[in-house]
Write a protein that binds this ligand. Sequence first.
Ligand code: GTP
Ligand code: MG
Length: 646
Amino acid sequence: MLKIPDIRYVRNVGIAGHIDHGKTTLTDHILAEGGVISKELAGKARYLDYWLEEQRRGITMKTTVMSFQISVGGSRYLIHLCDTPGHVDFSGKVSRAFRLVDSVLFVVDAVEGIMAQTESYLRLALREVTRPILCINKIDRLITELREDDVQIFARLSSIIKRFNEFIDRYSPNELKNKWKVNAKENTVIFCSALHGWGFTLKQALERGFKFRDLIDIYKNDYREVKRIFPLGSTLAEVIIQKCLNPIDSQKKRIKYLWEGEMEDSLIECSKDGNTIFYVSKAVYERGRIFVTARVFSGEVSVGEYFRLNNGSKRKLRGLFMLKASKIEAINSIPAGHIFGAFIDARPGDTYSKVPIKGRFKQPIYLAYPVLAVAIEPKEFAKYNKLQEIIKRICIEDPNIAVEVSKETGQVLIYGIGELHLELVVKKIHEEVPVFCSKPMVAFRELVVDKVEETVGDVYILIEPCIDPSQEIINIVDNEVEIRGVPINKRMAIETIIRETMKNGPRIGEPVIGAKIHIDAKENVSEEEILKALSIVLTKLSTKIIQPYYKFSISVSTEHIGRVINELSARNAKIETLTRNEISELEGIIAVLRSIGLASRLRDVSQGKASAQLEFVGFKMVSRSEEEEVCKYIASRFRGYLTQSG
Ligand SMILES: Nc1nc2c(ncn2[C@@H]2O[C@H](COP(=O)(O)OP(=O)(O)OP(=O)(O)O)[C@@H](O)[C@H]2O)c(=O)[nH]1
Ligand SMILES: [Mg+2]
């Protein structure tokens, strides 16, 4: 049984970074330090990747919280640790997880250095006001693969620290910038090899008079000697306890950035005596019930209590648990500052309180946007309702999924952020309701470029552009709707009609974006009149087709770079930066339309030595010469190619 200690002896810690940099492997060592797994298994088990699919593909696909105790300096601490996936397709889950923790260990591969997702997740973590700690991992590769000498190793590690700090400088709140920059001398940097089980801070190395030259020498004989001198588990434990913030110190800094509305002092103080307030970060369906992962920020949560959402609705908290990866441990109550699991009919992003409050936690920022879609259909039509039910569940669990039912074909269109993301979602659906599934298809948009106004009967409508179409990359902006003349209680319904109608643009039937819509109507106007006027105006509205783009970041061993460049050119990708080292890195942009199959193709042409991350950056105008091709593509997108899934 886990004991709940004084809150100063609690740490909520996230592990984050670019894909494959060694987060889950590193996590093993801290778990072994806490006695969760054996020290022999640490580094091999990747214990928190317990989904079969994760083990099969060798990547993390979800966030996992593990609560456990460790002893440091004669005291017992309770750690709530949250491992996160590096793959950009799961970035929504990472956004949600940062809200739970107070500090984040960023794992960076020493050879690859700071990569696209290191930067994106560092930016997110800092927006969530969590303290970053840097773990430079895979240092063994510098010695065994790159055969660097101590001067080269020192230079490489220094440049990683420097870049990491440049991002901290750019994205931290002003008051924390200087305090939070990492510094090897202050033990906020760990140099390690999670695979070989060793890790040290500069302080530990200085105390023993240990130099990188000594490290290279040991590797000439038996690398296990480094593990004996500097076991990674105990170094991680020491840094987590000394440098990661306890919930009291953290909430003092964080809450004002995360909260909107009236704030209770107990939130800032992380006091268990105030009103109970908790934030729901994750929800999954478990045999018909919703199981949430949440954090208490104030007061104390107990089983059986009722909690309120802002809108006044009440929910009963049915079971309360400590989270232990795939297992749970029942508890009766838990005070402010802890992460917990519970059965309650709640949604991610919800703020619950015991006594009604006039404020709530802000929504986290999501990096990705669903720009790829597949069409699915149940193999047996009788399963259609069951399919709808599953999809509703998946939408709650996954912030990066959007769903639509095609009016023309009745197919269910599932939008996700990348191929892997959609593949997994469909697989999950297919396990419960066998479905036919299309290939991934691109979602386009129509951008309003000219103003149009019209009076139809008693309804005046003006639609004008609110995005400058001359920008190279166009960011998604919600349409703005302004309604005058109509009583407030009717406006909501009219706004919904307008937003729904704008999902079918006049040019190619794709959603219209970048529009400011003004409506002036008589008090007693009917919804039909609004709809009629709007459809007339839409026939006169001029829009341009825009298509989504990914930013790609590819790392590849230099011998294969020629093939990667050829593949990118064949797909009209624009390479913006190319850094040639032993591992070369390419960055640039590519139309989502041209990117389909890119990741697996690059793996093929490089014998598995190239990995690509594709992250949505925005939309670009489709040129006149491309327009015909795009229109043909859209017309044929979801038809006639349904293949069997699974
Ligand atoms: N050489 C070397 N390989 C390592 C080290 N740490 C991890 N690896 C290997 O790197 C690969 C990825 O490790 P993971 O721990 O799954 O990486 P991750 O960051 O959790 O990956 P995602 O969660 O999918 O983003 C595995 O093959 C590990 O064995 C290290 O210190 N040195
Ligand atoms: Mg992992």
